[in-house]
Design a protein around this ligand. Sequence first.
Ligand SMILES: Cc1ncc(COP(=O)(O)O)c(C=O)c1O
Length: 395
Amino acid sequence: MRGLFADRIQDVPRSFIREILKVTTDKSMISFAGGLPNRQYFPLDQLRESTNRVFDRHSTDCLQYSNSEGLLELREYISKRYRSEQGLEIPAERILITNGSQQALDLIAKVTINDGDPVVIEEPGYLGAIQALSLYRPRFLPVKVNDEGMDTRSLNKAIKHNPKIMYTVPNFQNPSGISYSYENRSRIADIITRSDCFLVEDDPYGALRFQGDPIKSFYHLAPAQTILLGSFSKTVVPGFRIGWVAAPEKLCDKLLIAKQAADLHTCNFTQYVLVDFLTNYPIDTHLQTIRTVYGAQCRAMIEAIERDFPDYVSCTRPRGGMFLWGRLPEKMSSLELFDRAVARKVVFVPGEPFYTRKTRSSTFRLNFSCTDEQVIDEGISRLAEAIVSMESAGR
Ligand SMILES: Cc1ncc(COP(=O)(O)O)c(C=O)c1O
């Protein structure tokens, strides 16, 4: 069969998380595995009203083919929001609407990476980025992230290989939940501006901060090289599949060509509905609700961990986003913990798929956005039992 398929697909595995999600269809299973926003807070009624208004106001226009760049009103909204929220001047012409930020990752890789090209990636890193980039067969240069951000000593070494792109999630990183400090961002920007590398700043979680003050985007520090990715998946709804890429001018045209070739354009109808929603309802009130809920759920998870987990298990303390990251002692395998947890009807994502090289890890990711505080309490208690059972089995 090998002859039938392109080399680029041969070694790319299925998404581990999508596979785990199949287990979670069992209603008695508590899942900390998915990266799903909490559906209880989807703005259902408002989106219904917006949908009706779009049909009334735009009739067949909203169902017609449209331009590949995306709806101008939506791009202008994003541009204005960058100005009001972050003081960034990014004109609408430099913003391309994509099918979620996941598509932006694919387009960036398509226009920059040849077989074997070096690419810097966080370790651990976002699984969806590892998968999207892998299809273009780069040579990954993983650089460790710690509580402060990227390890800049390793980055200095990696940059000597002249990477084409460096992929980062500086706010509430997926999977670890950490954020890069301002000092760390400045040091990274210093390194990057001395190279030709594009810095991809993937920021789907920045608006989900429930503690502390926002930290300046890489765009402030290295504007000519920073490619910003954004998404409405975590702030409005993921099912619309609307995200964007704001790129340096020299990249915009190439990305547009790749977008045209990929799918002509992102769904016109949902773009109209989204613009209507964003202009008629106060998004900041909606965001505040989500932040408050996720903040409370994150605190509940950390309190339950501190109460139930043995002391040798450590975890990160996110100030926003949807995930935290746990670490078992080196000799314990998180894959084995996964099996023991499934037997106790609780699931999480073991660390392996977040590394480009490791086949065994003692780390794991827990999602706190999707389960209420009571369920979190119960799930963490089951997980603690699974950990202790491994310890008693001498693993
Ligand atoms: C870091 C990161 N980037 C991109 C995405 C993809 O999001 P979207 O729904 O916008 O495609 C996700 C989704 O979980 C993510 O965590």
